[in-house]
Design a protein around this ligand. Structure first.
Ligand code: C2O
Ligand code: CU
Ligand code: CU
Length: 499
């Protein structure tokens, strides 16, 4: 029997004694909590009306630089449990950086050296991973370098020329990454260049995260469906707010940087009735704007830069995540479109906008490759002792912190073939570098991208093959994995040693 039908026929997995392998793999409190949540019915959730909405969109808090030294950014990030007024009438216990939900913005220039002191006041070990940034492995928050509770460490790195782009930071400890992220730990990181052709356009930073709240206003634990499909809450937040109002700039044009910092939610972004231009991806600007788009898919962990302009009939328009079928399994509710925020164009006077620059920068194609790698994502359903185990595998194995899975040579161009042999979409991510997509093969058809772009995360549909080119420019250990954090945690991750 095909696994999907098998699962559907199970109906409610929770009542069938389903115990996921990862629930047994983790230790201490976490394992305890997960066992409990798996053997019980899902937590009763807060009503969708429980969160206030419609407030004016707030700017992200900024992390202040504590030094005046040229080309140096130095600051402290304290990871700690903090209480937040999220739901009316109660306080939600979150885990945050510097008490900010989401974490504070780090905003620096190419060439800057960044020194961040992490102070861990959480009840468990943590790290800070600099997602997408070319950071030496020893400073990239690998699970091997976890900072125990009560301790601290410095992260130090210098941002090279050409690294301008839209990045983020989040924890990456072994076994507890999904929990730390869904409790609130994620922040944005922008690297700027002094030669930004869009620097005059007012910028809007939109971090999208996901929140699953229990009836009592506390963050709900994962249930069986979350472990299988990746966690999605009943609320989608932008800059920590529920369905805020974005008052559009009077000039009639804005540059939006959007982060998908949710554990598993896919954002198929639309502005119904409007078109927008794509100008950047994870690793910065494209060569030319791609105008007239009606939608853009931002998979978990991806970022995008868009130019939005006032339309013919200004008024109120919802930025919406339209339904995207990613092949969820089990007995889940059908997906609904999600309103992320409402754009209010009311204050914009009729204006004629100057055309966008046609050249944004130059992206050199990565040349001939000297080595090849192959990555296969798969899901496996098995039954043992009357229990159903769901496995998320990379190259047929579960992640092992002490195993090196692949070896690359420093500064060598490689062609990576990523194969999704599973029934669900899985977003592939690799640490330490940005890659270029060469081609994708889906349902027998090969597609080459129409323009060059830099990514650190690429989505793969069920059955899809994506070929990418990349170079690693530091020696050391790197992770690559599915960025649905529950899948990564279940073992859909492996390690690359760069020599
Ligand atoms: Cu966003 Cu392994 O990282
Ligand atoms: Cu990463
Ligand atoms: Cu996955």
């Amino acid at each position: 029997m095909k696994r999907r039908r098998f699962l559907t026929s199970l109906g409610g997995l929770a009542t069938m004694g389903f115990v996921a392998p990862w629930a047994r793999a983790v230790s201490g409190d976490m394992a305890h909590g997960m066992h409990a949540s798996m053997s019980q019915a899902a937590t009763e959730l807060a009503d969708i009306t429980a969160l206030p909405k419609g407030a004016l969109l707030a700017d992200l808090p900024r992390l202040a630089n504590t030094t005046k030294q040229d080309a140096l950014f130095r600051a402290t990030l304290v990871a700690a449990p903090t209480k937040h007024k999220v739901m009316t009438g109660t306080e939600t216990q979150c885990w945050t950086y510097n008490g900010n939900l989401p974490g504070p913005l780090i905003d620096v220039f190419e060439g800057d050296t960044v020194e961040i002191l992490l102070e861990n006041r959480l009840p468990q070990a943590t790290t800070i991973h600099w997602h997408g940034l070319p950071v030496p492995p020893e400073h990239d928050g690998n699970p091997q370098d976890a900072v125990p509770p009560g301790e601290q460490r410095w992260y130090r790195f210098t941002l090279p020329k050409g690294s301008a782009g839209t990045y983020w930071y989040h924890p990456h400890p072994h076994g507890t990454t999904p929990e730390q992220v869904f409790r609130g730990m994620a922040g944005v990181f922008i690297v700027r260049t002094k030669e930004d052709p869009l620097a005059d356009i007012p910028e809007r930073l939109l971090l999208v995260s996901d929140l699953k709240l229990a009836k009592d206003g506390q963050i709900a634990p994962n249930d069986t469906n979350d472990e299988m499909n990746g966690r999605e809450g009943q609320f989608v937040l932008v800059n920590g707010q529920h369905q805020p109002i974005l008052r559009f700039h009077q000039g009639g044009r804005e540059r939006w940087r959007i982060w998908n910092a949710s554990n598993a939610r896919y954002l198929r972004l639309t502005l119904p009735g409007m078109r927008f231009a794509l100008v950047g991806t994870d690793g910065g600007l494209l060569e030319h704007p791609i105008p007239n788009l009606t939608e853009w898919l931002v998979a978990p962990a991806q970022r995008v830069e868009l130019i939005v302009e006032v339309g013919e009939q200004p008024g109120l328009i919802d930025l919406t995540a339209a339904v995207y079928a990613r092949g969820k399994m089990g007995s889940v509710q059908p997906d609904q479109p999600q309103r992320l925020l409402t754009v209010d164009f009311g204050a914009v006077k009729a204006t004629t906008l100057a055309p966008l620059p046609t050249v944004l920068r130059r992206i050199e194609p990565l040349g001939r490759h000297r080595a090849k790698k192959r990555v296969v994502f798969s899901e496996e359903m098995s039954m043992a002792d009357g229990r159903h185990d769901m496995k998320f595998l990379l190259n047929g194995r579960r992640y092992d912190m002490s195993r090196v899975d692949l070896i690359s040579r420093i500064n060598q161009i490689e062609l990576w073939e990523i194969v999704n042999q599973a029934d669900m979409d899985h977003p592939f991510h690799i640490h330490g570098t940005q890659f270029q997509v060469v081609e994708s093969v889906f349902e027998g058809k090969t597609t080459r991208p129409a323009y060059r772009a830099w990514y650190d995360t690429v989505n793969l549909r069920a059955g899809e093959i994506v070929r990418i080119k990349l170079v690693q420019s530091f020696k050391g250990l790197r992770m690559f994995h599915c960025h649905i954090l529950e899948h990564e945690n279940a073992g859909m991750m492996a390690q690359l040693k760069v020599i």
